[in-house]
Write a protein that binds this ligand. Structure first.
Ligand SMILES: *Cc1c(COP(=O)(O)O)cnc(C)c1O
Length: 820
């Protein structure tokens, strides 16, 4: 089958067949979940021929391929996106309607592929969509976690984590490829032996190993026949386990290997922007990297004799430092398996690898203890020792022997392996993810490395795919844009600029605001169903959804809500546009303070939502289990996008871009990509407030900030901060929020109010007053919202991927023809 050749009748019959074969049922007996499965398998059948054809074409053309290596791919649901990219959405919707089913309800049966934490994993997912749409040969490579990011329940206002059993009913789109299994070795020791020719060779012995088995998922390009692959590795025990046949030593080893295989891919670590030095995490990293690198080299050798040509056909991209073992692993394969000398191998590795830095916060930088690292990966450690020795020699060569500099830059120092430094040494490209972030890397955090390798550093501002976050997530607005300017924006987002002239057209304004209203009704229904709270779709929907982290300052948002509530209690007739503050955020299960902020938001919601005196002016909602599927609904319905991180801390953000595309107006700091958003839309069409990155960095250096000065001089601030400890929001336990109070005023281990919440509070409150005033003028607001959508062209991941492909990866497009 081919997308153009599938008729409604054929598709209908495919659904009937699947239901019959899988469930021994007819369609009228099938549950919605079973219909989802049947539809998904029918769609897979459309995909599969294009998938085969794509890879045949890549083989024939011997195309250079990027392997995008990432510990996380936050894919969300596949069905709806696949229907859209195959351009069979309307056909399938009609077929299902004829069978008495609603496509949305069927899509809702699919669990999210939650194999990622937040922005970093979602970026990887958007990149795969763009790579396939732009016809670039690409694999995503990662781990097939049995359990993805936990499911969040809110119980009595607290976050409770439940396991995410996303594979419980199987994954209809995946294909197991056991023939491509690879062995990955851990532990043991390395012995040097001399071969017949007197050459030294390394023998790895006494190791434990697991078998890595790839599961392939199709990544469908938009309307172009291209289907790329997301390859997720599963782990299996190497030997099958026969109790009778082992002596004692073998038995022990067999049990251990069995356990290793079971545990290694069990669960995604639920930390976002925070390093946790767990041995199992390092095992996960080496597991999927070793399997990928070995498999890629093996595939290359099936076609090519000369391994030194690898960089002409292969590029590995290292998404943050989690896949940094690519560098020493490729060295190992090239030297120990392929017999290359160090210099040849190192030249190949550097040409083949590129690295993206995602954060400058020290708590997020990976630094493995040498003791742990060398025990788990003895050969890899030896290679890193040599990389480090040569790297330090290069530094001395360039700058003279400056011990302070060497201590700062060495890959091995303070008993640790510094993974970011390894990536910089072993890659030909190092990029940040927004202009400000890259500037801070070059001028502050990585300035020593920039002095050594100025040409390696470059910026690639992040992006998002408009296919998921407008075409799929907001069909009403997508159709409207298409009616106004044609459908070119679907693969060329800058064309959306064509709606800008309509921003002054009263009729278009009305249509745009009506669509926003209908999307708010959709979200209000979701909130009613999940939270039991009535929210008014005519109120301003003011939304902060993202991982919970102190630097993202959800606390500042809720403190401001508390402040507004104080004002309303003082003066219930206060002139204020009704506002609904909507939050959604998962906190890392071990991040106590973040979880306490969730409890605070929920307690504030409880008090505010049940106060009849102000009720029509203020509502607070915490949406549980924020994830890609409900994110799509939330962005479409937002009026105001909260992007309020402490300046300099958010590398880019991508949530900010999704809101903008959907016509929400940003209230934000000059941080990450907010700066570029403000530049595109114009500062008069967003609400920028607060300290700049330069001011924050300076104040941090000076260590002169004292939040008590603000507390003592600002009555509004003093009042909300006091409400954290006077039982106003926790009558049963007035001490409940003491930790938050202390973090703002006293610090503790860290500086008091280290994210400058009190410092920025007044500016933030003032920006909110301006939002309120702007919204009163619906003409003005419609214009602002429309100009946000119209100005989002730069923030397509298609633009980002074109930049990576041209400037870092040097990829050529490969068009796939389907013969009918
Ligand atoms: C886009 C996205 C993120 C990243 O949001 P930021 O605001 O950039 O931190 C996190 N989670 C989900 C589900 C997303 O879709």
């Amino acid at each position: 089958m081919n997308r153009t050749s599938v008729t409604k009748q054929e598709f209908k019959e495919a659904i009937f067949e699947n239901i019959k074969k899988q469930y021994r049922k007819t369609i009228d007996q099938a549950t919605e979940e079973q219909v989802f499965q049947a539809v998904a398998y029918a769609v897979k059948e459309i995909i599969i021929d294009q998938w085969i054809e794509t890879h045949k074409t890549y083989e024939e053309q011997d195309a250079k391929t990027v392997y995008y290596l990432s510990m996380e791919f936050l894919m969300g649901r596949a069905l709806g996106n696949n229907l859209i990219n195959l351009e069979v959405n309307t056909m399938v919707k009609e077929v299902l309607a004829e069978l008495g089913f609603d496509l949305n309800a069927i899509e809702d049966q699919e669990p999210d592929a939650g194999t990622g934490n937040g922005g970093l994993g979602r970026l990887a997912a958007c990149f795969l969509d763009s790579l396939a749409t732009l016809e670039y040969p690409a694999y995503g490579c990662g781990i097939r976690y049995r359990y993805g990011i936990f499911e969040q329940k809110i119980v009595d206002g607290y976050q409770v984590e439940r396991p995410d059993e996303w594979l419980k009913n199987g994954n209809p789109f995946e294909v197991r490829r056991s023939e491509y299994g690879m062995e990955v070795k851990f532990g043991g020791n390395v012995r040097v032996v001399k071969d017949e020719l007197g050459q030294e060779r390394r023998v790895h012995e006494n190791y434990q190993s697991v078998r890595a088995i790839p599961y392939d998922l199709p990544i469908v390009g938009y309307d172009n026949n291209t289907v790329n692959t997301l390859r997720l590795w599963d782990a299996e025990a190497v030997q099958s386990f026969d109790l009778g046949s082992f002596d004692r030593g073998d038995y022990q080893k067999a049990v251990e290997q069995q356990n290793l295989a079971k545990t290694i891919v069990e669960v995604l670590y639920p930390n976002d922007n925070h390093y946790q030095g767990k041995e199992l995490r390092l095992k996960q990293q080496y597991f999927f990297i070793s399997a990928t690198v070995q498999q890629v080299v093996k595939k290359f050798k099936q076609k090519h004799g000369d391994i030194s040509l690898l960089p002409e056909k292969v590029v590995f991209h290292i998404n943050d430092t989690h896949p940094s073992l690519t560098i020493p692993e490729l060295m190992r394969v090239l030297m120990d398996d392929e017999g290359l000398a160090w210099g040849e191998a190192w030249a190949i590795v550097k040409k083949t690898c590129g690295y993206t830095n995602h954060t400058i916060m020290s708590e997020a930088l990976e630094k493995w203890p040498i003791e742990l690292f060398s025990r788990l990966l003895p050969r890899i450690y030896q290679i890193i020792e040599e990389i480090n020795r040569r790297f330090c020699a290069e530094i001395v060569d360039k700058f003279g022997s400056d011990n302070e500099r060497l201590r700062r830059m060495a890959i091995l120092a303070d008993g640790q392996v510094k993974m970011a430094w390894l990536c910089i040494a072993g890659s030909h490209s190092v990029n940040g993810v927004a202009r400000l972030h890259t500037d801070i890397l070059i001028n502050e955090e990585l300035k020593d490395f920039y002095a050594l390798y100025p040409k390696k550093f470059n910026n690639k501002t992040n992006g998002i795919t408009q296919r998921r976050f407008l075409l799929h997530g907001n069909p009403l607005l997508a159709d409207w844009v298409t009616r106004k300017v044609g459908d070119g924006w679907i693969t060329d987002l800058p064309q959306i600029k064509g709606i800008a002239p309509l921003a002054d057209d009263p009729k278009a304004q009305k249509e745009f605001m009506q669509i926003k209203y209908e999307n708010k009704v959709r979200l209000a229904q979701y909130i009613k169903k999940h939270n039991g709270i009535d929210v008014d779709p005519r109120s301003i929907f003011d939304v902060q959804v993202k991982r919970l982290h102190e630097y993202k300052r959800q606390l500042m948002d809720v403190l401001h809500v508390m402040h507004l509530y104080n004002e309303l209690r003082d003066n219930p007739d206060m002139d204020m546009m009704p506002r609904t503050f909507i939050f959604g955020a998962k906190a890392a299960p071990g991040y106590r303070r973040a979880k306490l902020v969730i409890k605070l938001i929920n307690n504030v919601a409880q008090v505010v939502n049940n106060d009849p005196n102000i009720n029509n002016k203020l509502k607070v909602v915490f949406i549980e289990n924020y994830r890609v599927s409900n994110a799509e609904i939330i962005f479409a319905a937002a009026d105001v996008s909260e992007q309020i991180s402490t300046a300099s801390k958010e590398a880019s953000g991508t949530g900010n871009m999704k809101f903008m595309l959907n016509g929400a107006v940003t209230i934000g700091t000059l941080d990450g990509a907010n700066i570029e958003i403000a530049e595109e839309v114009g500062s008069e069409n967003c609400f920028i407030f607060g300290m700049t990155a330069t001011e924050v960095l300076q104040l941090q250096r000076e260590k002169s900030y004292n939040p008590w000065d603000i507390y003592n001089n600002n009555q509004a601030v003093r009042r909300v901060v006091t409400q954290l400890i006077n039982g106003f929001y926790a009558p049963e336990n007035p001490e409940l929020f003491r930790e938050i109070y202390d973090s703002l005023l006293n610090g503790g281990g860290e500086p008091a109010d280290q994210y400058f919440i009190l410092k920025d509070f007044d500016a933030y409150a003032q920006a909110h007053r301006e939002v309120d005033l702007a919204y009163r003028n619906q003409t003005k607001w419609a214009r602002m919202a429309m100009l946000n959508t119209a100005s989002a062209g730069k923030f397509s991941s298609d633009r980002t991927i074109e930049e990576y492909a041209k400037e870092i990866w040097k990829l050529e497009k490969v068009h796939v023809e389907m013969d009918m």
